[in-house]
Each structure stands twice: as C-alpha cells, then as structure tokens.
Design a protein around this ligand. Structure first.
Ligand code: NAD
Length: 264
C-alpha cells in the first residue's frame, strides 16, 4: 500500500466479479489511497459488485447499462451530487453476441455489428464526455482493448473491429480533452480468463498459444494489468495521452511462432 492516489476519486465501470480486469485495476488504485465508485450492469451483477466495493471501502455503487443514455446521465448526476468532481474513469466494458465470436467476421449481421460497436466503443465516448465535465482540474481516463484491434485473431471478429474503433476514439478524445488536462489512454491486455473472455471461441487455445509464444513464456496476471492501470490513472503517467499500452508479456512484438514451443 502507498499514497500515490491519495485524494483522487474515480469511477470504475465494468466489474462483474473478482476476475474482472476492472476489479484488478480498482484493487491497485485503492491500495494507493484512491476513493472509488462503481457501476454494474443489472441487479444480478449488483449483488456481486457491492461486497467487492465494500472490500475497497466504497459504498457508491450504481446500476448503469451503458446502452442507455438516460442511465449514464443518472450515474454522472449521482457522482456530481456525491463528489462534485472526478479525477479518473475506468471503462472496462465490452460486449458482442457470442454467436458471432466464432466463424467468419464477414458473416456479421448489421444488428450484431451495431450492438458490438455501441457497447464496446461508443459507450466509452458517451461516458468520457460526461466524466470530462466533472474534471475541472484535469483527470485520467482509461479503457481496455485487445491486440485483435491491430491484427486478425481467430474468433475475435466483430470485437476486433470494435476495438479498432475504440483505439481510434482514444486518440480523438485525447486530442479533444488534452487542453483541459484530461488524459485518455488504453491498455491492450493479453488474454485473461474472465466472464467476457469465456464468450470467445476456443479461448483456452488462445491462452495456451499466448503462453507458449509470448517473449515471457507466460500469460499476464490480473495484478499486472492492475499495476499498469495504476500507472495510467496516477500522475506517474502525467505526460502520457492517446497511448495504447500493451500489457501482454510482450506477445504483440512477436512475428512468428516460438520454434521451441510445444504443440497445443
Ligand atoms: P468481464 O466480463 O469481467 O467484464 C466485462 C464487463 O462489461 C462486465 O462487467 C459487464 O457487465 C460489462 N458490460 C457488458 N455490457 C454492458 C452494458 N451494456 N452496460 C454496462 N456494462 C456492460 O471481462 P473483462 O475481460 O474484465 O472485460 C473488461 C474489458 O477488458 C473489456 O473491454 C474486454 O474487451 C477487455 N479485454 C479483456 C481481455 C481478456 O482477455 N479478458 C483482454 C483484453 C481486453
């Protein structure tokens, strides 16, 4: 524990359970003295998120489905009421119909495409705009992305397209908000077994492949993504904006299969 985040208040969106990347980041910033609020999607998850929030001393736990502008407005009205201002925002939300996270991207129907882009990309823009209003003294915003935005990954399909749009939106919002002292960044995490990841076809194979072929010959730990999140949300990264930071045991730099890796 330390004091890097002392006096800072942040909203964490996207905790579903204790394996969520949002939870890994929340833990890391809370250990450094941050005060947190959480949002969850639907009451079933609310039951899981409230006790987790309590563990990091938070009782500001709100329901917010990011496909609903009125719900987002209500969330930020509550934050403004309770806190007045905000120092950081974590957006760790993504969704696509898992029926289309297998097979061919080219077969994605319009509805599935629009929903995936709405939840996984536009929602960050929607919440960032409202959060920025509460950041008169500057702030830091963070989203989560994946290598499937840059390169074709099996089964990632429409999520890869959504993540590419999300990464572009990080750069555009960094440009929009930089003059207000608000930084906008993304962490491109290596594969981690979470609820969302479970929906991706052959995810266990992807985990193994990354483990064998990443320079560090292992998968990334939730705590390591948490540590990178702490860096991005704290003043340690004060000069960093518009950046997509890979936290993947180096997998993204590799151009070919590790010749000494065992067969999967
Ligand atoms: P997770 O299932 O724990 O978190 C996903 C969250 O998105 C859940 O809390 C879910 O409730 C929320 N969500 C989905 N639709 C929503 C909606 N309409 N309104 C509000 N919330 C909604 O899984 P995770 O892996 O921690 O995912 C967090 C982020 O990290 C996602 O953007 C994901 O794409 C990204 N990511 C995950 C991995 C991985 O391997 N797990 C790798 C890179 C990036």
């Amino acid at each position: 524990t330390g004091t890097l985040m002392k006096g800072k208040r942040g909203l964490v969106m996207g905790v579903a359970n204790d394996r969520s990347i949002a939870w890994g980041i929340a833990n890391a910033v809370a250990a450094q003295g941050a005060e947190l609020a959480f949002t969850y999607q639907g009451e079933a998850l609310g039951k899981r998120v409230r006790p987790l929030a309590e563990r990091v001393g938070s009782s500001l736990v709100l329901s917010c489905d990011v496909s609903d502008d009125a719900a987002i407005d209500e969330t930020f009205a509550r934050i403004e009421e309770e806190w007045g201002t905000l120092d950081f925002l974590v957006h760790a939300i993504g969704w696509a119909d898992k029926q289309y996270l297998r097979g061919r991207y080219v077969d994605t129907p319009r509805e599935a495409f629009l929903t995936a882009l709405d939840i996984s990309c536009y929602s960050f823009t929607a919440v960032a705009r409202r959060a920025a209003r509460l950041m008169p003294n500057g702030g830091s915003m963070l989203t989560l992305t994946y290598l499937g935005a840059e390169k074709v990954m099996p089964h990632y399909n429409v999520m890869g397209v959504a993540k590419a749009a999300l990464e572009a939106s990080v750069r555009y919002m960094a440009a929009d908000l930089g003059r207000d002292g608000i930084r906008v960044n993304g962490i491109s995490a290596g594969p981690i077994m979470t609820l969302a990841a479970n929906g991706i076809g052959d995810f266990r194979y992807i985990l193994k492949w990354n483990q064998y072929n990443a320079p560090m010959e292992r998968n990334v730990a939730l705590e390591e993504v948490g540590g990178a999140g702490l860096y991005m949300l704290s003043d340690l990264s004060g000069g960093v904006t518009g950046e997509i930071h890979h936290v993947d045991c180096g997998y993204n730099i590799v151009g070919m299969k590790n010749p000494t890796a065992p067969d999967i």
